[in-house]
Ligand binder design. Structure first.
Ligand code: WT7
Length: 644
């Protein structure tokens, strides 16, 4: 089935194309050609259309590789573009955010109401001394106040760093420290599968190791008991109580930083990916409109968490700037039962639905009856992001959720790219299950070999981007050297995406996964080195190697090989080590499998042979790798269990 699916073409439904923004392949190709011929004219025109300018820009792009400045000299404000620009239009009373809490409570905020709340909270932040350029960490559940906090920072020029609610207090402290955060915004707790996730308690621990943080703002969400430290901790509701609804958006320079978002790289230290104001705002908005073919009457739902880039670009900044109604859901897909997502689609009459392959595979496993019990007829298109979608999951999504009539957009992009780079346009591009199809206008990908030459159609190679684009990262916070080295030094004059990919004869791209030691677990990036450093920080562990193992649900699961300096190998210690990794990084990094070993396979120069471990973790009978450089052959036999 997978084979035939990969070769079949799904043309966009005719009625969809007729009403779409981009109605045909010819129209897409025309846009693409325009952007290719005159990128600065193209992006300049769109920037003037989409964003409000307090002061116009003088130059579209100043490119001094690897540093880009977009819309040079212009002044704008992302919070203004997301909120204020709609207040003078009929959208003033349109729903900006429809929110569904896990227990079933809902709230709707119109653009006017969103404006008032953003302003009051922005004034609250100012009263704590937050100023333009200050870094604010946000560690919150998926409630409207999370979006309000992000927009309030943007409004006054503060730089937010959203930390996913699943991260541990160690991880929060590391991020506070790296970014010199001045304030942390959190909640007493958040709901997850009927349980309260004690966010404030994690922040309390983190603040013991965050000397730069002077204030902590706490939203009351669950009503659980929390400790409030006098002078440092402030309730959200107290802060906004006397605050005024008047807080003019501060005109920001196009290149002022908007946010930092930490992601895992191939070292043990997460990198703070830095995005700026105008280029990011334009790219998120424009790609949102192209890819989701957004219409004003739509209810749009992206199931991501604002703790990841997908939530930044496609729950908050892109949709709100476009004047969309964006739905936010607080909780788990299987609470109170496995049909929760479909209940939400039915209840709020969702038209556009954007989720991840790992979720789709979970739905398949949970059974079609959960889907069949609900009315999904409001859906008109579907999206996927986070990892390659396997054709079987694609077909199920198409048939069971889309009832065969909704176009699917498989969107390839990264934290670093700021927005979608490759994707079908739902009214224009015929899709092939498993392919993210073609680049968006203004995006210039290429597949190259080790010698940096473009490979032939159908050949695998490294995916690079050959031209700057407005949403590109501007750097790694506090580490220009790593930025240069990581992204701009492997292939001359090209951005290295870090993915292995192929372009077929039709110009369709296929992404196969990472080239580096980065795992993709349920659509989230995890660094093997980070997991290894967490393990060796435990007193019993001498050495550790983490590798990805194929997993039906998560895409990749975390398998680790551990040698001990003390303690007894066994289930008990494995449990202790799992807990230890959770505490160091977060629940999503918990190893799925721990294997104890007397030694790890190494080359003569002492490098751990990961590819070999990957084969062993995957349970491959035949080791396909070249083992001639293996230092001690008996290690291999022991690891595979041939001996002992
Ligand atoms: C990596 C980026 C972009 C938001 C979510 C993840 C993989 C992402 C796809 C896709 C194949 C994909 C890539 C990429 N990836 N989307 N549609 N098809 N692979 O963001 O954590 O920055 O991870 O996710 O490997 O490099 P991220």
């Amino acid at each position: 089935m997978a084979e035939s699916a990969e070769t079949s073409l799904f043309p966009p439904p005719e009625e969809f194309s007729q009403q779409a923004r981009v109605k045909s392949l010819a129209e897409y190709e025309q846009l693409y050609a325009e952007a290719e011929r005159d990128p600065e004219g193209f992006w300049g025109r769109l920037a003037r259309q989409q964003l409000h300018w307090f002061e116009p820009f003088q130059e579209v792009l100043r490119w001094n590789e690897p540093y880009a400045e977009w819309f040079v000299g212009g002044k704008t404000n992302v919070s203004y573009n997301c909120v204020d620009q709609h207040l003078a239009t009929w959208r003033r009373n349109k729903a900006a955010i429809i929110w569904e809490g896990e227990p079933g409570d809902t709230r709707t905020l119109t653009y006017q109401q969103l404006h008032d709340q953003v302003c009051r909270f922005a004034n609250g932040l100012k009263s704590l001394g937050v100023d333009s350029g200050d870094v604010v960490s946000i560690y919150m559940p998926m409630v409207p106040e999370l979006a309000i906090a992000m927009l309030a920072c943007a409004r006054i020029g503060a730089v937010h760093s959203v930390i996913f609610g699943g991260f541990s207090s160690e991880a929060i402290a590391d991020r506070n420290q790296d970014a010199s955060a001045k304030v942390v915004i959190t909640a007493d707790a958040g709901w997850r599968r009927g349980q309260q996730l004690p966010l404030k308690a994690s922040v309390d621990d983190a603040l013991e190791k965050s000397p730069t943080v002077k204030h902590c703002v706490v939203l009351r969400r669950c009503g659980n008991e929390v400790t409030m430290r006098e002078g440092r901790d402030h309730w959200w509701h107290d802060l906004v109580e006397q605050a005024s609804e008047d807080c003019p958006a501060r005109p920001q320079d196009s290149e002022d930083p908007l946010f930092i978002l930490y992601t895992s790289g191939s070292t043990g230290k997460p990198k703070g990916i830095q995005h700026t104001t105008a280029g990011y705002n334009l790219f998120a908005t424009q790609t949102f409109q192209w890819v989701f073919d957004h219409r004003d009457e739509d209810v749009y739902w992206c199931t991501a968490d604002c703790g990841w880039i997908t939530g930044h670009s496609y729950i908050v900044y892109g949709p709100l700037t476009a004047g969309a109604t964006t739905l936010m859901y607080e909780g788990a897909p299987n609470w109170p039962d496995e049909g929760r997502f479909w209940d939400i689609v039915d209840k709020h009459k969702v038209n556009i639905f954007y989720t991840a392959p790992t979720a789709i595979r979970a739905f398949i496993k949970w059974g079609d009856e959960h889907v069949e019990k609900r009315d999904l007829s409001s859906l008109r298109m579907l999206g996927s992001v986070g990892e390659p979608i396997n054709p079987a999951a694609w077909l199920w999504y198409h048939d069971k959720i889309g009832k065969g009539g909704c176009p699917i957009v498989d969107t390839w992009w990264q934290t670093e790219t700021g927005g979608i780079m490759m994707s079908p346009l739902p009214g224009a591009t015929a899709t092939k299950p498993g392919s993210c199809t073609r680049p968006l206008p203004g995006v210039m990908p290429r597949i190259v070999d080790e010698e940096h030459n473009q490979v032939a159609a159908g050949e695998q190679g490294m995916l690079v981007i050959t031209q700057p684009w407005p949403g590109m990262l501007r750097g790694i916070w506090g580490d220009p050297e790593r930025y240069q080295k990581q992204y701009w030094s492997t292939v001359p004059n090209c951005y290295l995406a870090g993915d292995n990919a192929m372009c077929d004869e039709d110009g369709y791209y296929w992404i196969f996964g990472r080239l580096d030691d980065v795992l993709n677990v349920s659509g989230h990036r995890l660094s093997t080195t980070e997991i290894e450093s967490a393990l060796v920080s435990h007193p019993t562990v001498a050495e550790a190697a983490a590798v990805g193992r194929p997993d039906d649900l998560k895409g990749e699961a975390v398998a680790v090989f551990v040698t001990l300096s003390s303690g007894d190998p066994g289930e008990e210690l494995a449990g202790v080590l799992r807990k230890h990794v959770r505490a160091q990084i977060g629940a999503h990094a918990t190893p799925d499998e721990i294997r104890f070993s007397a030694a790890l396979p190494k080359t003569r120069s002492g490098k751990i042979m990961r590819r070999l471990l990957r084969d062993i973790a995957a349970g491959k009978e035949e080791i396909a790798q070249d083992t001639s450089t293996l230092e001690d052959y008996s290690v291999l036999a022991k690891l595979r269990g041939d001996e002992e």
